[in-house]
Structure formats: structure tokens, C-alpha cells
Design a protein around this ligand. Structure first.
Ligand SMILES: [Cu+2]
Length: 274
């Protein structure tokens, strides 16, 4: 926790052009007059996944670029911007948030820390919170578990004003290393018993670097001992989204299973995610 808080004090409001060059990102990300923010995605659930995100704002146009690896091969990953644009302070969770002690950090447990979905990072169609589990519109990792995403979306002024208060979360883990989401790995999802926990549990999370600088949440960050407040902003929205999308999700799981069968098994099975 101490390390995390220290990291959040680092000032990096505007990402230097060199960072974009090293990531191979192109010109539009540096749109004139725009601002860009870097996020490093760190693993959750011992998933081994990691990645880099660039959030580029020009007016109300938000370009989200994600390059991640260590994702479940051939599987779609639900991904979102979580957090509040209304002045509440959220942050990425850690293993200590596994409050039921079952060894899996579920989305519900993690939501206490990273907040509800603000924007669903779909590949097409709407990006509302209610599309949170629209996995048929979520990016799919390649056979090596690498995932690329690039989309420009129109966002509200609240998002522009509070972009530093939002976090990127990708979902989908593979506890039993069989390259698919299944019930054998971690049982049922707490969001919907028809879904594997592996499909909805978070695999990584990242905060905007310097998030606490220049965007102090109103009435949120300084309240201290914010657990009760955070707890009151519970997983209800995510749960609602899950229920709304449950039918589509169930169908997608079936499709994924067929597709997964066509994907070669990874040669490197380190078991590190066990
Ligand atoms: Cu999410």
C-alpha cells in the first residue's frame, strides 16, 4: 500500500513524445493541443498479464490504446475504465481485497477499490457501462496471449475533467492453465452462476500515472479511512450490467469454447498462474 501511494504522487501529467515512440504509437495520439496519459497495467490474481495504456484526449475525443500480454489466448477480455467522475477516490486493488479468502480476487471484491464501470472499452457499438460484459464486442487475445486495442470515443465533459480518476481494468484469468475460461479453474462467477469466474475476474489494473496530482477528487481523497464510503459504492452497477448481458455472455462462452478448441495449446505452460 505504501509503495502504491508513493507511486501515485509521481507527477507525469503529460507523457513525453518519446514514450509514444518507444511504444510505436503513431501521430494521432499526439493530436495538437491534446493531452495524453500513460497507464501501466499490473497483474491481479497472479495472472501474469501486464500491459501499457495510452489515454489521449483532444477535446471530448478520447483515444484509448492498449497493448497487453499474458492474456488468455484466443479469449475475449472484458475491459473497462473503472472509477468515478464525481469526486470519489478509487484505486487498483491488490490481493488483500480477496475478502472471502478463496484465493480469487473477484470483480465484486475488486470493485470496492476500483469502482464501478464508467466506460466499457468495446471494439464497436456503444461504450456504456451496461456493455460491460458484451464480450462479443471485446478484444480477443491472439494465440500468444497478446491483445491490442485502439479506439477513439466521444466522452462526456465529466470524463475529460476526471480522466485521472479512472483506471483501466481487463478481465479474464486462466487459473488451471487450459487456455480457456471454464468452471474447473475457479468455479462460478459471483456475477452470474452461468459464467465461469475465470471470465469475469480481473486480470490486471492500472492507474493514470500521477493520478492524484492536479485532479483531487472532491470530497473523496481527503476523507481518510474511506472504506465505508467505498463500500457504499458497491458492485451493484456491475452486477446489473452482468445480469443485462448474461444471455449474450452465455452464448459467447459457447462460441469461445468452440473457438478455443481450434487454438493450438500453448507450448509454454509455466504454471505460474496456478
Ligand atoms: Cu472492468
Amino acid at each position: 500500500m505504501i509503495v502504491k501511494r508513493t507511486g501515485r504522487l509521481v507527477v507525469l501529467a503529460t507523457v513525453p513524445a518519446a514514450v509514444f515512440l518507444t511504444l510505436g504509437l503513431s501521430g494521432p495520439a499526439l493530436a495538437q493541443g491534446g493531452k495524453a496519459y500513460q497507464i501501466d497495467l499490473a497483474q491481479l490474481n497472479d495472472s501474469g498479464s501486464r500491459g501499457t495504456v495510452m489515454l489521449s484526449l483532444k477535446g471530448n475525443q478520447l483515444t484509448v490504446q492498449i497493448e497487453s500480454e499474458g492474456m488468455v489466448p484466443g479469449q475475449p477480455s472484458a475491459q473497462h475504465l473503472h472509477g468515478s467522475t464525481k469526486g470519489h477516490d478509487f484505486h487498483c486493488p491488490d490481493a488483500s481485497d480477496d475478502t472471502d479468502g478463496d484465493g480469487i480476487l473477484s470483480n465484486t471484491e475488486a470493485t470496492v477499490d476500483y469502482g464501478d464501470i464508467n466506460i466499457s472499452l468495446t471494439t464497436s457499438g456503444d461504450t456504456k457501462a451496461t456493455s460491460g460484459l458484451a464480450v462479443e464486442r471485446m478484444p480477443v487475445a491472439d494465440n500468444l496471449g497478446k491483445l491490442s486495442y485502439n479506439r477513439t470515443i466521444t466522452v462526456g465533459q465529466d470524463v475529460v475533467d476526471h480522466i485521472k480518476d479512472l483506471h483501466v481494468v481487463q478481465h479474464g484469468i486462466d487459473r488451471n492453465n487450459d487456455d480457456k475460461y471454464d468452471f474447473d479453474g475457479a468455479g462460478k462467477s459471483e456475477l452470474d452462476p452461468k459464467l465461469p469466474q475465470e471470465a469475469t475476474a480481473p486480470t490486471n489494473c492500472g492507474e493514470v500515472k500521477g493520478a492524484s496530482v492536479g485532479s483531487i477528487p472532491v470530497g473523496g481523497i481527503e476523507t481518510g479511512g474511506g472504506s465505508p464510503q467505498r463500500a457504499s459504492v458497491s458492485a451493484t452497477t456491475m452486477t446489473g450490467a452482468a445480469l443485462a448481458a448474461a444471455a449474450a455472455m452465455a452464448g459467447a462462452v459457447a462460441i469461445r469454447r468452440r473457438r478455443a478448441a481450434l487454438v493450438p495449446v500453448r507450448t509454454e505452460n509455466t504454471g505460474k498462474a496456478a
